[in-house]
Design a protein. Sequence first.
Length: 401
Amino acid sequence: MTIFSSKWVWRGIAVALVVIVAGYFLRHGAKHAKYVTAQVTRGNIVRSVTATGTVNPVVTVQVGSYVSGPIVQLYVDFNSPVKAGQLMAKIDPRPFAAQVALTTAELANAQAQLQKDRANLAYQKLTYERDGELLKEKVVSHDQLDSQLSLFHQAEAQVALDEAAVQQQQASLQAARLNLNYTNIVSPVDGTVVSRNVDQGQTVAASYQTPTLFLVAKDLTKMQVDSNVSESDIGYVQQGQRATFKVDAFPDRDFDGTIGQVRQAPITVQNVVTYDVVVNVDNPEQLLKPGMTANVTLVTARRENVIRIPIDAIRFSPKKNQAEPVESAGPLLPSRSARVWMPGGRRGIKPVPVTIGLDDGTNVEMIKGPLRVGDVVITDEIRSVEPKPTTGMGGIPRGFR
């Protein structure tokens, strides 16, 4: 019985020691906590929005054909520089030249008919006037005079018809000449041919829709990037902001531009809404080609030479038993207020209230607060596992048996 009671006594002592040690660590664990720190710095903070886009010419003109027919001659090719009015291609003009000749003959016939009927009108007028004089002398009757008046009015109407026919034939001749002129495909603007969709000998059909023969970029030294910005970021983007972008062809080079348009029309693809933000960029070396994919960074805000706090320090919050109470730091400042934690105080760290502004995802601007450049702030806690006491059989610490 004595041996049995002795074992229980030793076990009770061991349990009591474990409880005492655990309580000690719970009460004084904050003194052993370790933290990751960083310094407050001064510098620039740039907030940006990233997007992907496509390089396009500022103005692209489709050159088509108003008339149908086979292409008998091509005068330009891909990348050919062109001037406004320059001949680019020619459609077979022979059917249209024949139509001009036919319409010219029909116009001449209508004009001849008009001259003939005008002569008849003059004769009918003279006859009517003469019969009127003869009626006074009772040489002709009233019926004869009335009949002559009717012939005179008919001659007037015929002349009016002939004049309308002449105008109609003149319009037809003008249309035929226009169609003949349309067989010459000319460039409407100064620029560069970026696409050619026809070959010599190919027949162009313009019956229902104007076919596009060429695509002319007006000025390749001025380009634009059409970038797709998500609806969550579009609120930060404004016209006139600076933008930079990279293309795969020149991965080590940054191209600069300016936001020229923030278009209102939404672009919805698979329930994802984006907006077209147009970035204007100069291309004097013509390194940028139409259709290139661009990775765009839109600079939406910038602060220069400001005090910067690591953003992880804003996010850090210690355990309640490891720091000074927040009441000791006073109330939070207005606007975008936050607390950062610094080494010091009775429990090892203390809170500091600050007012923050712009952030770039790494640092945040301090608008108001007591922090200075070089101050150390806490960004995280080093979490370590306390070693467990070595126990022997039955859970009794070694040396207590």
